[in-house]
Design a protein around this ligand. Sequence first.
Ligand code: NAP
Ligand code: GDD
Length: 377
Amino acid sequence: MSEATAKKALICGITGQDGSYLTELLIRKGYQVHGIIRRTSTFNTERLDHMYMDPHEGRVPLHLHFGDLANAARLRHLIQQIQPDEIYNLGAQSHVRVSFDQAEYTADVVATGALRLLEAFRDYALQSGKKPRYYQAGSSEMFGASAPPQNEETPFYPRSPYAVAKLAAHWYGVNQREAYGLFVSNGIMFNHESPRRGETFVTRKITRALGRIKLGLQEKLYLGNLDARRDWGHASDYVRAMWMILQHDTPGDFVVATGSSHSVREFLELAAHYAGVDWKSCVEQDVRYLRPTEVDSLKGDYSKARRVLGWEPEISFEELVRTMVEHDLELAQQELTLVRAGHHIAPRGGRMPRSEEHTSELQSLAYLVCRLLLEKK
Ligand code: NAP
Ligand code: GDD
């Protein structure tokens, strides 16, 4: 397919876990992909680097543009310039615990940010005469305290500033669909993970720590509530659902889930089994990771997505956990190799010295490698 005839997708939140899997999927399908990235003082395109091609080397299916959900004029300009067929809004301050500390910021990016992008989309759709399609990344957190199993008919009962903001974004989308007849669809996605998951979400925090504990790079893992239950799937299955939602004849709202749930403790037990670590000897509770209001139990009923879209998850819970553990054992092995080569790494007892987010950043191998490269200069 030539550049001129390829479908164009614009992804906000392209540098995140889902953004990277969605980009891979769309490129495989022949799309020209445009992504909005935030200007940061360090590189934040680690999850995309394997797909990026120097424009001097030939045809480029991936284009990155600076922008921010806080900047309406820029969003409007990018949409007008790119003229996308499909827009995926995956951009968010996506950490539930952090949203309690940064409630106003979370509302601005997640709720008002979605509105900014939607209004730019609406004006583009109405003025261009094209029929572009818009996907909003909604969350099972919006169900919050409503009992499982949750489906499209379940009442929303958000339990965090993040969930309240996602709910506003969801209803902004529904309203634009009804008010202007636009193709706006909401995914209501249950938790989905992968080896690319951010390191402060509980699954990756666990697999990352177990890999390091196994190889003697870390002693302890501190966690919060082990009793919470989540419906965990694999991100690659979920981005396929996003794409299918936008290919459907009519817009709508879809729960995307696996239909089974596990506690954090069960995830930990299985991951420790695959890693060959006795978790009871190294895991301790730290109240800092408890939430002021918790979502106790999420389990999705995805029968609408199965019936209407023909979507099914393909990767099992066991396979998800195993691939995450294997990936993070490999990462720990690389880290150990650097340590053995004499590179100094700050001591880590597993206790988080600063914020959880910052420690995770310090622990990332990418950071370590950058530091070593800088040291060599
Ligand atoms: P993620 O890894 O945290 O990625 C979030 C993305 O949003 C990143 O690319 C981030 O950019 C970008 N972003 C943050 N603030 C922004 C801003 N002000 N303007 C523009 N972009 C901004 O999240 P994810 O797991 O891929 O999830 C994708 C979306 O689905 C999010 O909206 C999340 O809330 C939602 N969701 C996720 C799950 C899940 O289980 N993963 C479930 C339901 C819904 P930087 O790289 O610069 O930070
Ligand atoms: N992050 C974290 N860190 N969570 C912990 C910890 C810990 O040390 N210990 C226990 N937990 C518990 C949390 O209290 C929560 O009940 C559960 O593990 C899952 O937490 P997260 O992995 O942070 O995910 P989440 O469910 O709060 O939110 C994720 O899924 C949502 C969809 O339901 C995020 O990806 C959201 O962006 C997404 O919308």
